[in-house]
Design a protein around this ligand. Structure first.
Ligand code: ZN
Ligand code: ZN
Length: 466
């Protein structure tokens, strides 16, 4: 059964041409097994037990021995009861008949019932799920071990197999260029001091960012099939995992094999601020977070000469207002001078955006590398160490940093008007772009001057980001 199911699929091929789209062949073997699994049979206690906890029903038999429990279950597959442990009174054991023997599980309750990871509303549900799992994993152990070897996922080359999702994607691919093209932004007024009149295009490799899926354990209502291996997702609850960014549904074991090609669905990304950087740019199909582009555009247009730019703070309530409008309207947010005449509001919103990122622009992974680099005294070796660190950044983070540093460099070119040099900006942006992975107050204080140094160095040598 298992073999035939597998081979029927490996022979199928799905063309990339949308007209030839074939719906996947969902494999029903595990579904059939779930239907065959023994059903729970509650063995009730004839007398009322005084010691019965209120969260158990008549399946509770009090202090009886293993042997007595065994007898009561009478060799019936799926029969179960609860007994109090003789060795450890006050703890409870679920005795369950399966595969011709009595299995004993330590049973817990904390508002929900559980013996392992999964938590259930009722003991009956726990037993139903347990029997399905035991039955499928005993009967189809070999099949399950091999089920990921012929994924249908790669044939389609996309995160999702459900037809509507596919159609949605194909429509989008048709109407939009596949790769993000970096457009020269004409709205940035050319600066006479700038060596570059507009921000330069980044290398193309920065457009196709990889993004890992954001899998979370999920309970599916009704039967569901894995979109990676096409097999049924068995069990009563927590049958698999779902990506909360793109909606991909897979087995827990399959989730480890799915490539990092998550294409977040805009409908699932509810916020702009506090959203993971790569997730946001993938969802909006932009090389950098649009907050960055839009705020920088405003600042370069009307704020470069503003005294204390990025140091003087704008009204917190107004900054909060900008955040809300980005969260609500995305790229349609109006942050023009008509609404926010004070440029410090826009500068404040940009800093808030960077500070609120769940993973900072200079990621936790490479944080200590940069701190170590900052401690090097020889300028050339230090710059080299920083450069090495930059190469470890995820592409979307790298591109964000590159764009921001080019902008900050331009800010320093108006120092005689705005009194902001690379050191001042380093103080402001150091802790905004870099946060230690462990929030130890002492480390944070110690690291601040190194964070400043790194940002100062990046502004002065923004060329190393190109
Ligand atoms: Zn995903
Ligand atoms: Zn699977």
């Amino acid at each position: 059964m298992a073999a035939s199911s597998n081979s029927s699929l490996s022979g199928s091929s799905v063309s990339s041409d949308p007209e030839d789209y074939q719906p996947p062949i969902w494999k029903s073997y595990l579904y059939q097994l779930q239907q065959e699994a023994p059903r729970p049979k509650r063995i009730t206690c004839p007398q009322e037990m005084e010691s019965r906890p209120k969260y158990y029903g008549r399946e509770f038999h009090g202090l009886i021995s293993r042997e007595q429990a065994d007898e009561l279950l009478a060799g019936t597959e799926g029969a179960y009861l609860i007994r109090e442990s003789q060795r450890q009174p006050g703890t409870y054991t679920l005795a369950l008949r399966f595969g011709g023997q009595t299995l004993n599980y330590r049973l817990f309750y904390d508002g929900k019932h559980f013996v392992g990871e999964k938590r259930f509303e009722s003991v009956h549900d726990l037993v139903t799920d347990g029997l399905i799992t035991l039955y499928i994993e005993t009967k189809a152990a070999e099949y399950i071990a091999k089920m990921t070897t012929n994924p249908i996922y790669q044939h389609l080359g996309y995160t999702s197999l459900l037809r509507d999702k596919i159609t949605h994607r194909l429509n989008r691919t048709r109407s939009e260029p596949k790769k993000v093209t970096f457009q020269q932004d004409e709205k940035i007024s050319p600066s006479p001091l700038s060596r570059r009149t507009t921000l330069k295009d980044g290398p193309e490799k920065h457009c196709n960012y990889e993004k890992i899926h954001n899998f979370k354990v999920h309970t599916f209502r009704g039967p569901h099939w894995c979109e990676y291996c096409a097999n049924f997702m068995w069990g009563l609850i927590a049958q698999g995992v779902r990506c909360s960014d793109c909606g991909l549904n897979v087995h827990k074991q399959c989730s480890k094999l799915v490539p990092s090609d998550c294409q977040p669905d805009l409908r699932r990304i509810k916020k702009v601020f506090s959203c993971d950087l790569t997730t946001l740019v993938k969802a909006h199909n932009t090389p950098r977070p649009m907050v960055l582009d839009m705020c920088i555009r405003e600042i370069e247009h009307r704020g470069l000469k503003s005294e204390g730019l990025y140091r003087v703070s704008g009204f917190t309530e107004h900054i909060e207002d900008v955040r809300l409008s980005f969260d609500r309207d995305g790229e349609k947010a109006d942050i023009s001078a008509n609404i926010y005449p004070d440029i410090n509001i826009i500068a404040g919103a940009l800093k808030l955006y960077l500070r609120d990122l769940p993973i900072p622009v200079i990621t936790y992974d490479v944080y200590s590398r940069f701190i170590q680099a900052a401690k090097i005294t020889d300028p050339d070796s230090r710059l080299e160490a920083v450069h090495d660190g930059l190469l470890q950044l995820p592409p979307a983070h790298y591109e964000t940093l590159r764009y921001l540093m080019t902008h900050l460099k331009r800010v320093t070119m108006y120092e005689k008007d705005n009194y902001m040099n690379s050191e001042n900006l380093g103080i402001v942006f150091g802790p905004t772009l870099m946060r230690p992975p462990d929030l130890n107050t002492l480390t944070t204080l110690n690291d601040m001057r190194y964070q400043k140094l790194i940002v100062q160095l990046l502004i002065e040598h923004e060329d190393i980001l190109f």
